[in-house]
Each structure stands twice: as C-alpha cells, then as structure tokens.
Design a binder for this molecule. Structure first.
Ligand code: ADP
Length: 493
C-alpha cells in the first residue's frame, strides 16, 4: 500500500520562502508523490502566501488548539502545489499575517514560541480532524520540533503507528525560549529535563525534534558528521552523538525544471553545454542590471545569500582589499542582518565599478545571477547543504567554496582531474584570496575554462536519488516505531 507522508515545514516553495528549506520541501513533496507516496504538506497561512497570488479554499473544519489556558481556533485552507500535491494552510492572522516569516531585520518576532507551538499543535489537531493519520510525519527544523514531542506524549494514543522523521536544515537555529514559557507548549512537565526539551535552562525546540523523533536526518553527509563535533554542533553535539545510529545525511537535490539554463524563464538567453553563447548575453544583461560598466571579458563573481554570520562575510570583508586589486568584478544579491547590509553598501561605495549590491529578495534576479556570472562565491563558515553552488554548476557558473558541509560534498577542487569548482579549507581571508586568484587564473585560459564549465554542467544532482534515500528512511522510521528492524542497512549506504 502507498506510504502516506505528511511534510510539515515553516516554508515551502512556491508559497513562502526565505531560503533552501522552501526549495527542498516544495520539490521533495512532488518527487515523493511521483514515486508512489500519498503526500500532503502543512504550512502556516502567511501573508506571503496570498501576496504571491496563491489561492486556497477554506475547509469546513476548524481546529480548536489549546494553548496556555486558552483555546485558539485555527482555520484550515486547502490548495495544491503546481505539481498537484495537497497543501494545508493553517490560518490565524494575528500570528501569520505579517511582513516576514520569522524575524524583521532588527531581530526575531517576540512571540515565535507561540507562533510555532500553535502551528505544530494545529498540524496534529488537523491530522485528527481531517482523519488523515499518516505513516510518517516529516518535520523540518525547530519550528516543527514539537510535533514529535506531541505524537509521543499527549497525542500518543492517536499516533501509535505514525513515525516521525525530523530533518535539521541548520543546527544554529534552535528555537530557544525561556523556561518560564514552557506551559505554552502544553507538554507534560516531565518532558522538560536534560533528556528531553531542556537545554541549559531553556526550552529548545530543535532538541525536542531530535530527541523525540524516530529518525533524524540532515542535509548532507558531511554535515551529519560535523554536527556531532563541538565546532559545528552548537551545543547539541552530545545529544546527536547519542542518536548517531538514527542520524543520516541526505543531500538535497535540485529541481531542474526550475534551475536549468535551457529553459529558465527569467534569463535573457537560453544556453546549454553544447552552445554557451547565450551565457555571454546573460552576463551583459546582468552587468546592465547592476549598472556595472565593466568589460564583459572581466571575470564576474556572484554572491546570492541570506545575510547571516554563517555565510562567511567576515573573511570576505577582510579579503576585499586584496580582491579588488585583481581583474574581477563582484555582484551581490541578498537580504538579512542589518550589519551585513551596511557592510555590502559600504563596500559598494568604496569600490565603485568593482562591487555592486542589491539588497532585496528577488527570485528572478537570483536566476539571472546564476546564469550571468562566471563564478559563484560561497565562503561559508558552515553550510549544511547549500543549494546555490549546485544550481550554479548547471549554469556553467563555477563555484568557489569553502570545504564545509554540503559545499564539501558537492564541489571537488580543480586540482583533481574530475574537479568541478574551486575549494579552500582554512576559514581565513588569505585562503579565500588565494583560491580566487587561482580561479581567475584559469578563467584566462579559454580552453581549460570551457572544459571546466562543461564538466560542471554535466553534473547531476536531481532529486530522485535523495528521495529514494528518504523513502528508505521513512521505512526505517516506521519499522522503528512499530518495533521492528535495525538501521545497519542504511548506514552501510
Ligand atoms: P540557505 O538555505 O542557508 O539560505 P541555500 O543555498 O540552501 O542557503 O538556499 C538559498 C536559496 O534561497 C536558493 O534558492 C537561493 O536562490 C535563494 N535566495 C537566497 N537569497 C536570495 C535573494 N536575496 N533573492 C532571491 N533568492 C534568494
């Protein structure tokens, strides 16, 4: 019988997106469906959903969610993804009808615990109200971390045969809240302890997901190892080590119907590995868009990023003084923390004609950068998977990355015969500058450069392989929950 899977996420493309999580849940849902699963998706009904023109139908069922001595009514709306997967949007305007999903540029919304407790508990209540008890609930990141805790405790009787899989997309975001707010969760007090949801005197929703789910996954093999170390584990390394026989790395795939220079609807000219001439037109178009009056033969480096500490902007800013001495130009697209907005504005002011920045979230422009740049730079301090470097390969835009997490798993340095990009190890401005020098050195050798571009464009990171792995993980989770089998098979993979 078809496996029934509920994917729960605080962002899903094309409904609401701040980063890679949305791409992953959006695509995984329809790939799993094409592989025979019965899939449904749950998402808060944010303002962004209707601003993007998504229409949804209100269902007759509302759910009454108990929260801290109140009962909050949540409306259930239904629509489908472009591929036809049902999406349930949970509506409560005072919590979700806001400009941003989680935070303003000044910081997190003050009531995020309430917002995502309500979402998590409303998902559980909705499954009951809709009489849709799935085999697996696939939860993603801290915003959904309470779901495995609920199905194990106050809702256990209804979910005896339902397994939970919890995916960590970024361990630095844990959903930490003061212990005094614990009653909001409605969970039994005995779950607030060191083996449970407590973390150094606080509530930790990511930890809830890790300790209460049947299987934990993260988005690359390398990151699954890194997060078991103090350097990358953000304090949860011990907790993860304890669960290591139920912890797997599954690399994110790419939706090549969206990210492909042969068909991309946002770019100036289409091109392929056999004929790259369109790429030059895309570059000219991009330079114009960024008002960069530079010779198109100068190597153009792109950055598409959330502005956050993890992305490596501290070493980049130190490296800039050296980088601008080189024959290159840089275009930046990003949004996020104020300090990085200021940093890039300042760099653009200081180095006109060398660096140009657009501080906005603009999907069309992200595609234009992938197509129009020669290189994509990701000097991340850590990177769970990273999607932009995988997209850029398909566009013949060569990644320059730091060897961490998914960047390390997907990019092989040019020094290797089968290299598909440039990769440096040490997290330092010096190592970054050296790698950029090496990369633009190769750019001037047209024959070798084009051979590298073509090799990159032939790489295949389509979802099928990753989704197959998720399916085996779902089976393991269900068997674990129902008291069968071990994980040895999967760890051998
Ligand atoms: P993360 O999830 O850490 O932000 P990823 O590389 O996994 O990083 O995913 C980033 C996704 O978000 C990509 O699809 C990328 O194109 C998109 N993105 C990031 N910043 C912007 C932006 N300013 N405008 C448009 N798309 C963006």
């Amino acid at each position: 019988m078809a496996m029934k899977v509920a994917i729960v996420s605080s962002e899903v493309a094309p409904f609401a997106k701040t980063g890679g999580l949305a791409d992953v849940t959006g695509t995984l849902s329809h790939v799993l469906r094409s592989m025979g699963c019965r899939v449904m998706v749950f998402l808060p009904y944010y303002r962004e959903v209707w601003q993007r023109g998504m229409e949804a139908e209100k269902l007759d069922v509302d759910v009454a969610v108990p929260m801290d001595r109140r009962t909050i009514t949540v409306g259930i709306y239904r629509c489908t993804t472009p591929a036809g997967v049902p999406v349930y949007l949970l509506k409560r305007d005072e919590y979700y009808d806001r400009t941003y999903l989680y935070a303003t540029p000044e910081g997190d919304y003050f009531d995020n615990l309430e917002r995502f407790t309500l979402f998590s508990r409303a998902v559980v209540e909705s499954l009951l109200a809709l009489k849709e008890i799935p085999d697996v609930i696939h939860c993603n990141d801290w915003q959904t971390g309470l779901i495995p805790a609920y199905t194990r405790s106050i809702y256990a009787a209804h979910f005896q045969d339902t397994a939970t899989v919890f995916t960590i997309h970024n361990i630095a975001y844990q959903g930490l809240f003061p212990a005094t707010l614990f009653d909001i969760t409605g969970l039994p007090h005995q779950m607030y302890n060191m083996e449970g949801i407590e973390f150094w005197g606080k509530i930790n929703l990511l930890k809830a997901g890790i300790v209460c789910s049947d299987v934990v996954t993260t988005v690359s093999e390398r990151y699954s190892k890194e997060i078991q170390t103090p350097e990358y584990g953000y304090g949860l390394e011990g907790v993860l080590k304890k669960r290591k026989d139920r912890l797997f790395g599954v690399l994110n795939g790419v939706d090549y119907s969206q990210w492909n220079p042969r068909t991309d609807r946002y770019i100036k000219a289409h091109y392929s590995e056999k004929d790259l001439s369109g790429k030059a037109l895309c570059k000219e178009d991009l330079l114009r868009e960024y008002s960069l009056d530079v010779d198109p033969s100068i190597p153009l480096i792109g950055i598409i990023s959330r502005f956050a500490e993890q992305k490596g902007f501290d070493i980049l800013s130190e490296a800039m003084e050296e980088l601008v001495k080189l024959r290159l130009a840089v275009v930046v697209l990003g949004t996020g923390e104020k300090r990085y907005q200021t940093l890039f504005r300042e760099l653009a002011r200081r180095y006109p004609g060398k660096l140009s920045v657009k501080i906005t979230f603009d999907e069309a422009l992200a595609h234009k950068l992938e197509a129009g740049c020669d290189f994509l730079l990701m000097p991340s301090r850590y990177e769970p998977c990273g999607l932009n470097q995988i997209y850029s390969l398909r566009y013949g835009t060569i990644p320059i990355v730091r060897a961490t997490g998914g960047l390390d798993d997907t990019i092989r340095d040019y020094s290797r015969k089968d290299g598909n990009g440039f990769k440096f190890s040490e997290y330092s401005p010096g190592a970054l500058v050296e790698k950029v020098k090496e990369a633009i050195g190769l750019y001037s050798n047209k024959k070798r450069w084009q051979a590298l571009q073509k090799r990159a464009m032939r790489e295949d990171f389509s979802w099928h392989r990753s989704a197959t792995k998720y399916l085996s993980i779902y089976r393991l989770a269900v068997n674990t929950k129902r008291g069968e089998i071990s994980s040895t098979e999967l760890h051998k993979d």
